[in-house]
Write a protein that binds this ligand. Structure first.
Ligand code: BDP
Length: 681
């Protein structure tokens, strides 16, 4: 098994009794009508059942014949929260997949298959589900030349030079995978956007992809370059208040919709990390977003404007930037504009507190952006299951409307009554045969989709479901792999950035350590800016005595984090500069606790290797070996992180490595050389 089939494996069910039961119960598929999405649904049911049961199940248009029919039924009277929901139930000896629309039937069909893939009984089948968030999107950071910004699984899936003429069958498999987890939108290009995507050269390519995705309920979106009117239109300016610029976008948008009538809209990174934007002309983010919103409105499109902005200010706190910039604009955006906010205030670190923007913009729909690709979580050598990170953010309580005002409720619109809702994940897919490089990356793509659909699902339930569909049905192995998945993120935090450390990775080397990094193009791209280690202690004081970033949160949240005595240890150094010899709630001093976490974190990888070895008999040999090999690489990297960090911070603490841990058998200078070698061109 090369991992290509993802969780849509459809291998013959090994348990013969169970397989026979399903096979007897499922005799035919009744499609009812024949829209493209129903076509996708029935094709998938046939493919899945053929594989799982080892028999052909015929599709017929109308219900007739013997019992055991799987009937797809559009039922506008179904009690479902929205058009994309589905209801699966048993009626006499038939099985009904019911929904208000053909799209609901598509999702229902995948859910029906999942039910069988995970070995559940059909006897009492009665399950309904509707997505809690409207736009469930992948953001691809893919470039015209086939490279992927922060992509660790090969080149882009999109073969731009072959498009639009040649449609790689992989595009369809991509769409199937996404539809199976409810993803209904995809931005195909990098937020650091080339204007070329808007040219007559590229639009037909995008149109061709849209054609493949459409029968799977997926809308296509583009990242745009704000300077396109100048770059492509030959205008003297790209000022969003200039009538010619506005007209240029109106015309361009029309041109896009002519080719792609169900085009989703634009994603915009503006005035951030060197990208152009409205501020180049003294205009605001709202001016820029509203201009595009106006152009998109007649077609039902949306503009998704990113809040990932920060200025190079040596005395400022990057933590505060997005809030300071966007909160004052609340209520000034057009109806079809959303603001897309990263989960944390800095940048996709292994652990961040939730962004204080959540809850702070009641009049502006906020979309939540996660990073599925593991830019700061070990690329594709590290076994890190991200659902716990996603859940931690979703379940965080903003308290803006009292207890229970979670980020999830902000994002799903229930807290402030947002008309539009969205969640985006920066994709981890690429041209590697198994799509994500590390097999566990597949779990992260899967978990993102499942949580965008229903953020109430638990990390554990998703882990079990995915493991059964991807690796094995063996109960013992499922339990071991689920445990491995659930602990993996905390292990990673421990050997890289424990106790609330953040952004101490290498320059251009986001999977390795460089806590000594003191000089870069900008102060807030260094490590010392964030950890602030000195002879007294370590950590970023974000209380009143420091940057006071904490003031951006509701008083209840502030109370949780503002006192170093009671601040939970995972967030301690996010908000406090703490003395090396300070006694923590764990009973250890800060220095000892830090060392403890680095050593235990690195050791946990050895335990992961041992646990993985136990599942060998239950997992395909090729997949088993690949994960085992990557775990060995992870062990090497964990030691690198551990040694780099304890030896470097020891220069400030001047304290010994506490027993029972052994001093690293290499020097800080040797470690610095390793990091430097990675940074050679
Ligand atoms: C940073 C990445 C950079 C992205 C940026 C973004 O290093 O490549 O362009 O995020 O989200 O974390 O725009």
């Amino acid at each position: 098994d090369d991992g290509y089939r993802l969780w849509l494996k459809y291998d013959l069910i090994k348990n013969e009794a169970q397989r026979k039961q399903y096979a007897t119960a499922l005799q035919s598929i009744v499609s009812g009508s024949s829209t493209p999405m129903i076509g996708s649904a029935t094709k998938e049911l046939q493919l899945g059942l053929q594989g799982l049961l080892g028999k052909q199940v015929q599709v017929q248009i109308t219900a007739s014949g013997k019992a055991g029919k799987i009937i797809l039924k559009i039922d506008p009277a179904e009690k479902l929260a929205n058009d994309e929901g589905y209801h699966l139930y048993k009626a006499n000896s038939d099985f009904i997949i019911s929904a208000k629309t053909d799209k609901g039937l598509l999702y229902g069909s995948f859910a029906f298959l999942r039910h069988i893939q995970t070995g559940q009984s059909l006897a009492q089948l009665d399950a309904s589900s509707s997505p809690k968030i409207q736009l469930r999107m992948l953001n691809h950071w893919d470039n015209t030349n086939g490279s992927i910004e922060r992509g660790y699984a090969g080149a882009s899936l999109w073969k731009w030079y072959e498009l639009p003429e040649n449609l790689d069958p992989r595009y369809t498999d991509y769409a199937r995978a996404n539809a199976s987890i409810g993803i209904n939108g995809t931005v195909v290009n990098n937020v650091n956007a080339s204007a070329r995507f808007l040219t007559p050269e590229y639009l037909p390519k995008v149109q061709a992809l849209a054609g493949v995705f459409r029968p799977y309920g997926i809308k296509i979106f583009l990242s745009i370059n704000s300077a396109a009117p100048k770059i492509l239109g030959g205008l003297a300016t790209s000022d969003p208040l200039d009538p010619k610029v506005r007209q240029w976008w109106v015309d361009k948008t029309k041109e896009i919709y002519k080719a792609i009538p169900d085009f989703g809209g634009f994603l915009v990174k503006a005035n951030s990390e060197g990208e152009p934007g409205p501020q180049d002309y003294g205009r605001s983010h709202a001016d820029g977003a509203n201009m595009l919103a106006e152009a998109l409105a007649p077609f039902g499109g949306v503009v998704i404007w990113r809040a990932f902005v920060y200025k190079a200010d040596p005395n400022g706190d990057r933590f505060k930037a997005a809030y300071e910039e966007f909160k004052p604009l609340d209520g000034t955006f057009k109806e079809n504009a959303l603001i897309q906010v990263k989960n944390g205030p800095i940048d996709f670190q292994p652990r961040e507190p939730f962004s204080p923007l959540f809850g702070a913009m009641p009049k502006t729909p906020l979309a939540l952006e996660f990073q599925i690709t593991q830019e700061y979580l070990g690329f594709s050598t590290n076994f890190v299951y991200l659902a716990p990170l996603f859940k931690e953010c979703l379940e965080s309580d903003t308290y803006v409307k009292g207890k229970g005002s979670t980020v999830a409720k902000v994002v799903d619109g229930t807290l402030h009554g947002y008309e539009k809702t969205a969640m985006a994940g920066v994709a981890n897919t690429g041209s590697d045969r198994n799509w994500t490089g590390h097999m566990i990356g597949q779990a992260n793509w899967y978990a993102f989709g499942r949580l965008a659909w229903d953020h109430m699902l638990t990390s554990e339930a998703i882990a079990q479901e995915w493991t059964r569909m991807t690796f094995t049905q063996d109960e013992k192995a499922v339990a071991i792999i689920t445990d491995l998945l659930l602990n993996s993120r905390e292990n990673y935090v421990n050997f890289t950035t424990p106790l609330g450390l953040h952004h101490i990775m290498g320059e251009g080397l986001h999977f390795g350590p460089q806590p000594w990094l003191a000089r870069s193009a900008r102060p807030d791209w260094t490590a010392v800016y964030y950890h602030r280690a000195d002879a007294n202690g370590i950590g970023f004081d974000r209380t009143k005595t420091g940057s006071n970033a904490l003031a951006q949160y509701a008083p209840e949240v502030q109370a949780q984090w503002s006192d170093p005595e009671t601040c939970p240890l995972p967030y301690l150094l996010w908000f406090h500069h703490v003395a090396w010899d300070k006694k923590l709630s764990s009973g250890r001093t800060l220095w000892d606790e830090l060392c403890h976490r680095y050593y235990e974190g690195a050791e946990s990888v050895v335990q992961m290797q041992k646990d993985w070895a136990k599942v060998e008999p239950a997992v395909d040999p090729e997949l088993f070996a690949d994960v085992a090999g990557r775990l060995a690489a992870q062990r090497r990297e964990a030691l690198w992180w551990r040694d780099a960090c304890v030896l470097y911070f020891q220069e400030f603490s001047k304290m010994p490595i506490p027993a029972p841990y052994q001093k690293p058998d290499r020097t800080l200078e040797e470690i610095k050389k390793i990091t430097a070698t990675y940074q050679l061109r």
